[in-house]
Design a protein around this ligand. Sequence first.
Ligand code: ADP
Ligand code: ADP
Length: 231
Amino acid sequence: GPAVAARAVTKTYGNGVRAVRGVDLEVPPGEIRAVVGENGAGKSTLMKLFYGLEQPSSGEIVIGGQPRTLRGPASAIALGVGMVHQNLMLVPSFTVAQNVVLGVEPGRRGLVDPKAAVETTARLAEEAGLAVEPRARVEEVSVGMRQRTEILKSLHRKAKVLILDEPTAVLTPQETEDLFAAVRRLRDGGMTVLFISHKLREVREISDQVSVMRAGSLVGTVATADSTERS
Ligand code: ADP
Ligand code: ADP
């Protein structure tokens, strides 16, 4: 079955804006799926529904075959969903390593063994090919490194689904290239990746299939030229 699915999902915000309208979407395990569409098309809202930052008004989100009945971002950890979005959810005064292991490593009042955290982070970073400085404070590192920290945090939590909301908007070309290499490696290891972008060139380069949203509706899903060449 699909790693993630939306079944007839509609989301109407409190102000009456219907951001997502009757969306049916299935993403198989080990696929990089791009979601494209104009500003306001509902892409971010759909990703928030998958992650649990928002609840559907009607319809159902399915993660790993299970209806997503648990609420809130904390439930995303249990369900194996990680997310990197523009307002990053990290503790700025903590180090990169502390953020990576936060909420998972046993520790008193959220404090973790700094040495073990650094070792774990260095190992994950090496495996994923995502360069970070484990000992640096998050508030002192680049936005790109904060994003890589988010990904490592998801990997440490053994996420099977990774959601990236416009990740390259804040990256240099070199960082983008490195991110894409890491994302491909994760996909080849079985990770399902959902990726919002409005840059068609990079969508063609990185994704297996592209889903197009318009005014809240999913209007189509097509394979990219590159994925045809690969298979
Ligand atoms: P996209 O990511 O494609 O730009 P969004 O999901 O951010 O689209 O937004 C879809 C629509 O929902 C827009 O009209 C936006 O203004 C509205 N919207 C997004 N978030 C909220 C919110 N928290 N409350 C009310 N309306 C929202
Ligand atoms: P993003 O598309 O990454 O969510 P935005 O700048 O569109 O970033 O939105 C920033 C925040 O404001 C988000 O949490 C979004 O849900 C919320 N938001 C967006 N549009 C509206 C809106 N029309 N009314 C209320 N909140 C909104």
